[in-house]
Design a protein around this ligand. Sequence first.
Ligand code: F6P
Length: 521
Amino acid sequence: MSDIWKALADHHAATKSLRIADMMTPERVRKFSAWLDDMYLDISKTSIDDTAFDMLLELVRERDVEGWRDAMFAGEKINTTENRAVLHTALRNLSGGPVYVDGQNVMPGVLETLDRMGEFSTGIRSGTIAAADGQPFTDVVNIGIGGSDLGPVMTTLALAPYHDGPRTHFVSNIDGADIHDNLAALDPARTLVIIASKSFTTIETMTNAAVAVDWLKAALGDSFGAHLAAVSSATGKTAAFGVPAERVFGFADWVGGRYSIWGPVGLPLMLAIGPERFREFLLGGEDMDRHFRTAPPEKNLPVLLAMTGIWHINICNHCSRAIHPYDQHLRRLPSYLQQLDMESNGKGVDRNGNRLQRASGPVVWGQVGSNGQHAFFQLLHQGSQIAPAEFLIAAEGHEPELKYQHDLLVANCLAQSKALMHGRDPAETDDPQREFPGNRPSVTLAYRKLTPRTLGRIIALYEHRVFVEGVIWNINSFDQFGVELGKILALDMLPRVQGTESAEGKDASTVALLNALKTGG
Ligand code: F6P
């Protein structure tokens, strides 16, 4: 154990009995907060004190976060297990400065694809790129899963107030109910289908895409191709589905699936809000990149958020992370962050293949506020486990006529973090059932309004937070081998489910389940 880890653990043991509320002063808040333009991060409602703060900064230095950060932005192959650069940041590098991979500047290609997406989106939105019958498209269905779904669906919902394009729909699940229910409500003559898959091999997406293509063919005959588009890194595979070459939007293998919303995978968002606002979204990501690269660590939002994560997970042993956007439009953010965080940092070995000596990525979960308050906040306030909470809140909503409701929303958000911290004064009740122990940590991210630019900043903030934590744990945050075994076993299981192969040799529980499902239980 390096000295700094031990020093942090010792310090925590010695200061465990301190209460967050007792440490709270205006100076503390000034020190334990940071701004990026109108975005404000407050980590003062945690048990990190001045000494722990300095030690965590020291850990950031010792782990060479700045060196790894610069290596990532410079296109070095920091995804060592897959021998790939990690350059989702190039997709939002609107200033267009050169970014090299293997000696090649990738920016001309990135910007050209962005222009092509813009032309396509403008054409669909204006009707100059029309459906087979010459009429405009009214609906777009994105078929993808994981990073090819969560980014598009989360951001498209988040920016609903800015929609002025066709309606967007999202199909991801292999459960036939998903594609069935979506297509049942749509007219193939008016619908554009986007097949989104980085690999173009993912069984859920390929299966759903085949169903959608058949649906289009049945209604449109040979002109079905006019209703298709594809986004992928494997552009050669898209022709098999009949997608015309000019409607294929490619991206490089240095864009990880869960980091891909900034490029062609963002096409449904661009169709919904238009290329200009999509550009603002990218500018938001670029703002956060600049901040991450230039702000000092003690005022650097991703670094501060990561320090809080490390403190909670490794020092306090709080291994879950509850995300509570008090922002209805961010209702899919917890799901999005589940993939971003858990697929990136849910690892058990370090970069060199050595078993980790301490915990890595937390269990990420959450729910939009105020709904969560009426579901699981009971446990947050009185449960036997502590789940650090992360609140997101806008100063302004998009519904000025409902300002009273926005004020109530803000009041609820602030009341929750205060209640978690303070608890209830023991003098107020002698009934243990009604005790609130308090001293439960939270962080709050406040911003003026959920605009495209702000959304870009929020996503990039979390991306870089996950990155910093991964560097501190010395893990590769950019591969995802943990998803493979289930995929292989599912293919092996299929003929047993279909009854074309016997279940012999499978474990007793699986055999019994196969039989139960065959006989209806
Ligand atoms: O199975 C996990 C995963 O590979 C994710 O990393 C990815 O976002 C998702 O599947 C979808 O992959 P693709 O875009 O290649 O279809």
